[in-house]
Design a protein around this ligand. Structure first.
Ligand SMILES: *Cc1c(COP(=O)(O)O)cnc(C)c1O
Length: 227
């Protein structure tokens, strides 16, 4: 069933990309496995999915430890508390939810020197919602500059979770705003390749706006019963 869901998500990505005149190979799929057990991750791996996103540190570390040696790429995509940065810096390949200098600095200090630099995206609170984490749009430039100076971090791009809306025009407007911030940084000379936006309910509009990485959970694993 996870295999079928993955197949259908991949097909929708390919169809949407084709309809927008985009190459589907420029759009990566991150499987968001939060709250789902290891067995579900293994089913996705068997279907060729190798990149997974997790939101909760303790849950993620159990999975990462159990699945070590399988060659999985792990992305942290949840809110970051400063007392968790060390375990994030030592267990993940990517952190997509960096939203303030203090967190970037701790990750820089705690990423082991013998590891590859930690891949980082700045999370942007694009709709400026008080309930959401993320840097405000006008804070992105200074945070990007600070991260660029960190040799243990590699800035890859931006991540955003727009306001939940069933309205396609609103979704597109938010995604377009993030895409403009991303292009602005690239024009300033940042070598970015990751615009992480689009979840199960809104990924079609995200592809239209130029997303290069979709983060899909329920569309692959089914409805979440826990948080
Ligand atoms: C849970 C989550 C997702 C996946 O959401 P779905 O609606 O299940 O696809 C994507 N990104 C982040 C940051 C999440 O927390």
């Amino acid at each position: 069933m996870i295999k079928d869901n993955l197949g259908s998500v991949r097909k929708q990505i390919a169809d949407t990309a084709a309809a927008c005149g985009r190459d589907a190979d420029t759009i990566q799929l991150l499987a968001v496995s939060k709250t789902f057990p290891i067995d579900c991750i293994l089913q996705a791996v068997a279907a060729g999915q190798m990149c997974f996103g997790e939101n909760y540190v303790d849950e993620a570390i159990d999975k990462i430890s159990a699945l070590a040696s399988r060659g999985i790429e792990w992305h942290f995509i949840g809110a970051i508390q400063s007392n968790k940065t060390r375990v994030i810096a030592t267990h993940f390949d990517w952190v997509q939810s960096v939203d303030r200098e203090k967190i970037a600095l701790r990750l820089q200090e705690q990423r082991p020197a013998e590891y590859e630099p930690l891949n980082v995206c700045i999370q942007v609170n694009v709709d400026e919602e008080s309930t959401k984490s993320g840097a405000l749009p006008d804070e992105v430039a200074s945070l990007a500059k600070m991260i660029r100076a960190c040799d243990r971090l590699k800035l890859r791009g931006l991540m955003a979770i727009p306001r939940a809306s069933g309205n396609a025009d609103e979704q597109l407007a938010s995604f377009t705003k993030v895409a403009a911030l991303y292009e602005g940084l690239r024009q300033e000379g940042y070598e970015l390749d990751t615009l992480s936006m689009g979840m199960s309910a809104d990924f079609v509009m995200a592809i239209k706006a130029g997303s290069t990485m979709l983060r899909i959970g329920s569309g692959i694993f089914g409805k979440r019963t826990a948080s």
